[in-house]
Ligand binder design. Structure first.
Ligand SMILES: C[S@@+](CC[C@H](N)C(=O)[O-])C[C@H]1O[C@@H](n2cnc3c(N)ncnc32)[C@H](O)[C@@H]1O
Length: 379
């Protein structure tokens, strides 16, 4: 009997997550505002951590019951066979989403759950796992709404947006999962060129490179929640990683990432190196107008400052107008994109946009504006 697996993602990315799951041939049981429900076994949960670009947490259901107060929560959780799931020598943390009148502070539900688990392991094994807030060991996730309580192993632990390559995020970096979704929204083909002026810490170019060569993003990361339960078999994970590596392509189209800031280019190069895609990306510290646009077709993506967290709006108006000019005159034959949270500044681009795709970056409403840049003579 397959186990329900709930995969969470930031609001706005569920359609991308759904498409990824369908491609991987997983059934779609339900789609919510911030997650998609599928099913499988523990190996599937590991595989999903390995392959998904737009997921944050892969939650593997281990129990559900009705629950009406914290004492009942303790009793039901304490009755579960934790000694078969978590090592007494391990490290455990509990997180929860609780919507029940008997709980005013979710930390109380976390504490009750943690006590119920470690008390049981102590009695059965004579020893209890350490516990605390870090998500680098076993992570148990409790979802309790009204009378229904679900207990999951968070097989990801730290969110999957933390791929492990971004050690120096600099200013206003785009979250890796959001960058992956933006690349997917451009419908980039692996043979097309991907040009990313104003690349900052390099996230868009790196995510594009990973997608173009079909590299599983989870293969970069060394630690996942699933590694810290007694269901984990290292040889199964090693085989999944080997299989993913055998599906990689060697080459992509040209990928070019530039930024005016020298430090940004150094950080972006280092991130690409950690992601193992440095050989695929040409980095250069230049004003965006100096970015080389190779002959051929592809995608040009800008993520300029918005004037909300960085930069000054009136000066930025001029920058957005220059971006519009650059796209129009230098990028003919390409598809142009501008990702911004400032719709007024987007108007300064001065080109007619086709699709406008809504995203959220944290709490900010953002748009990806698409511009079809018809062929002709480049200036
Ligand atoms: C919002 S950040 C990009 C963040 C990036 N997407 C990331 O994930 O790190 C905007 C970047 O534009 C760069 N920038 C600003 N003005 C520029 C210009 N005239 N030419 C090239 N880069 C510029 C800044 O140095 C900054 O790194």
């Amino acid at each position: 009997m397959p186990t329900p697996i709930l995969i969470t993602t930031p609001i706005g990315l569920t359609s991308f997550l759904r498409e990824e799951l369908q491609r991987l041939k997983y059934p779609i049981k339900k789609v919510g505002a911030a997650g998609v429900l599928t099913e499988g076994d523990y190996t599937d949960a590991m595989r999903l951590n390995l392959y998904l670009f737009t997921a944050h947490h892969v939650l593997y259901l281990i129990n559900e019951f009705s629950c009406n107060n914290p004492q009942e929560l303790y009793k039901r959780i304490n009755a579960m066979p934790w000694e078969t799931m978590i090592s007494a020598d391990g490290y455990l943390s509990v997180v929860s989403n609780v919507f029940h009148p008997s709980i005013k502070d979710t930390r109380f539900a976390n504490l009750k759950t943690k006590d119920a688990i470690v008390d049981r392991i102590l009695i059965r094994k004579g020893k209890r796992p350490d516990s605390g807030p870090q998500r680098n060991g076993a992570v148990i996730h409790v979802y309790w709404r009204d009378e229904k309580c679900q207990v999951y192993i968070d097989t990801s632990g730290e969110p999957l947006s933390k791929r492990g390559y971004r050690t120096n995020p600099l200013y206003a970096p785009m979250q890796e999962t959001l960058a992956a979704a933006v690349v997917k929204a451009t419908r980039l083909k692996s043979s097309e060129n991907f040009i990313n002026p104003m690349c900052g810490s390099g996230t868009l170019a790196i995510e594009a490179a990973l997608q173009c060569i079909n590299r599983a993003p989870g293969s970069i990361r060394k630690n996942f929640g699933f590694m810290h339960t007694l269901f984990y078999r290292k040889e199964v994970w090693d085989e999944l990683v080997r299989e993913a590596a055998s599906r990689e392509r060697a080459e992509s189209g040209r990928i070019i990432a530039t930024d005016i800031n020298d430090d940004a280019i150094k950080a972006a190069y280092n991130h690409a190196r950690l992601a193992g895609v440095d050989r695929l990306i040409d980095f250069k510290a230049v004003d965006f107008e100096e970015t080389q646009i190779p002959d051929g077709a592809g995608v040009v993506v800008f993520n300029p400052e918005y004037g909300i967290r960085l930069g000054d709006e009136s000066e930025l108006g001029q920058t957005y107008r220059r971006i519009g000019n650059f796209l129009k005159k230098r990028c003919q034959g390409y598809r142009g994109y501008v990702f911004t949270a400032n719709m007024k500044l987007a108007g300064e681009i001065g080109l007619k946009s086709g699709r406008k795709i809504a995203f959220k970056s944290g709490k900010l409403d953002c748009r990806l504006y698409e511009y079809e840049l018809y062929g002709g003579t480049r200036l």
